[in-house]
Design a protein around this ligand. Structure first.
Ligand code: NIG
Ligand code: FE
Length: 411
């Protein structure tokens, strides 16, 4: 099927094939065409340019984008959208004064979600999770990473990863799966952490690999969760099966997880609310993408990732939602981009770069997603009539999206 989008007021994020990610001062630039057209052939961006060169071919569908902006669909490189039930009670507890840590210490938090998950069968889990994915697609997410980590048992972790595999099969959105067995210590291993680490390494990992259920490996490297040494142990074990690290680090404390992740060629290090100067230096001139999760900071009331300092040090930055039932019960990337501008003082150009091409890179999808490039997947957001693209983060809370196209399909 051949589709033409014409009279596009602004066509954003035009990149050559060899731009893999954008860093430092370059992130201030968002290359665009004004008064443009774009041609989709099946699931691929086939052509684009100025309206004066718009082709006269036969199209099965012509979309008029007068006064509208067109940009690549969001690339959300860090989520936990496969989970059971919710943690709305903890939300209320938090309002009444309990901290995230206090809730976790009472058996709430990740362990609460793990209990719910292990009581939920695979079909039910799929049904709950697919609703979230469908909602996110309508909000403009065209590529997404999804983690396990609420099973904390072999059966539970495999169940989550199989649900991710089903989602991948049934939806046009690009999905990458991450094995996060080391998300928390399950209560039945409370006094024997080493045994749980061995379970992850000797039992879970070989099964995950033999069913080809994951692309990446993750650890919650944090005081009170998994140490840097344990994180290294798991990264090494994952790498043996070809699973590239993408690691939760520096959410509450800086304990050296960034340097360790970089040393193990992590594709990304995520959260980064607490950053020391050494952490920033450890990321300079590496291939590891730092990912900020501003709506997690918003929801938990913790510091925001120091984006300005990191960009000024020449680092790249990606933005992701962290959608999960405990620390970020929302996956709306439009709100993530707004929050990054409002709270982290990223410019609209920087935030859009971070939520598209840099997000794609942070899940190994930079060759096919995240920019307007001939040959890449036709994953697009067409906005409503808006004055210009800065209006997207400015008008936070308003749905500015008119149409989402994923793999050439109108959602
Ligand atoms: O990324 N920080 C660790 N994991 C999740 C939260 C998990 C939860 O509370 O359920 C996060 O914020
Ligand atoms: Fe997370």
């Amino acid at each position: 099927m051949k589709v033409l989008i014409k009279y596009i007021k602004e066509l954003l994020q035009i990149r050559t094939k060899d731009t893999l990610f954008i860093k430092g001062a370059e992130m201030k630039e968002l290359p665009l065409l004004k008064n443009a057209y774009l041609v989709i052939e099946n699931d691929i961006i086939d052509d684009f340019g100025f309206m004066e060169n718009c082709p006269n071919d036969k199209f099965e569908l012509i979309i008029d984008a007068t006064n509208k902006t067109v940009l690549p669909a969001w690339c959300d490189a860090h989520t936990h959208i496969v989970y059971a039930g919710n943690r709305v009670q903890e939300f209320v507890d938090k309002i009444n004064g309990l901290s995230y840590e206090e809730i976790a210490n009472r058996g709430g938090g990740i362990l609460n979600s793990a209990q719910k998950l292990n009581e939920t069968n695979e079909e039910q889990l799929y049904q709950e999770s697919k609703k979230r994915l469908e909602e996110l697609m309508k909000l403009g997410t065209g590529a997404i990473e999804i983690k396990s980590g609420y099973g904390l048992s072999t059966a539970g972790e495999l169940k989550m990863l199989r649900v991710i595999k089903q989602l991948k099969k049934n939806y046009p959105v690009a999905i990458k799966a991450t094995f996060l067995g080391a998300h928390a210590l399950p209560s039945n291993y409370k006094s024997n952490k080493e045994a749980y680490l061995n379970l992850i390494i000797d039992e879970m990992l070989p099964l995950v690999a033999s069913e080809n259920l994951a692309d990446f490996i993750d650890v919650f490297c944090e005081s009170g969760y998994f140490t840097v040494k344990e994180t290294e142990q798991i990264m090494k074990a994952g790498l043996k099966y070809g699973l590239i690290p993408k690691i939760h680090v520096n959410q509450f404390t800086s304990i050296g997880g960034i340097k360790a992740s970089v040393n193990h060629n992590a594709l990304s290090v995520d959260h980064l609310e607490e950053m020391t100067d050494d952490d920033i230096v450890a990321l300079q001139n590496t291939k590891t993408m730092p990912i900020a999760l501003p709506t997690c900071s918003y929801y938990l009331g913790i510091p925001y990732t120091p984006a300005r300092k990191m960009l000024e040090a020449g680092l790249p930055l990606a933005l992701a939602s962290d959608y999960n039932p405990g620390s970020t019960p929302s996956g709306n990337m439009n709100f993530v981009v707004s929050t990054a501008c409002i709270k982290m003082k990223m410019t609209p150009e920087e935030a859009i770069n971070a939520a598209t091409l840099n997000g794609a890179y942070a899940m190994g999808l930079e060759k096919t997603h995240g920019s307007i490039t001939i040959g890449k997947k036709a994953n697009l957001i067409i906005t409503k009539e808006i004055p210009n693209y800065a209006y997207l983060p400015y008008a936070f809370g308003t749905n500015n999206i008119d149409t989402v196209i994923i793999n050439g399909e109108i959602i």
